[in-house]
Write a protein that binds this ligand. Structure first.
Ligand SMILES: [Zn+2]
Length: 58
């Protein structure tokens, strides 16, 4: 699993992104990243698992 922080391109707040991977061959899909504060689209990751976003400060 990969975890990192991003800054929202819309509201400028920091949030945490977790990218999980599953060992499924050839099963990568486009998982979109949405800001957990304002729900703005912030790009995507290709992964066989899921993308989760978390607020860092409430
Ligand atoms: Zn935002």
């Amino acid at each position: 699993m990969e975890e990192y922080e991003m800054t929202c391109s819309e509201c400028g707040r920091r949030f945490r992104v977790q990218v999980t991977t599953m060992n499924v061959p050839g099963g990568k899909e486009r998982e979109e990243i949405y800001c957990p504060y304002c729900n703005a689209y912030n790009g995507y990751r290709m992964t066989s698992g899921f993308v989760y976003t978390f607020k860092i400060d409430e």
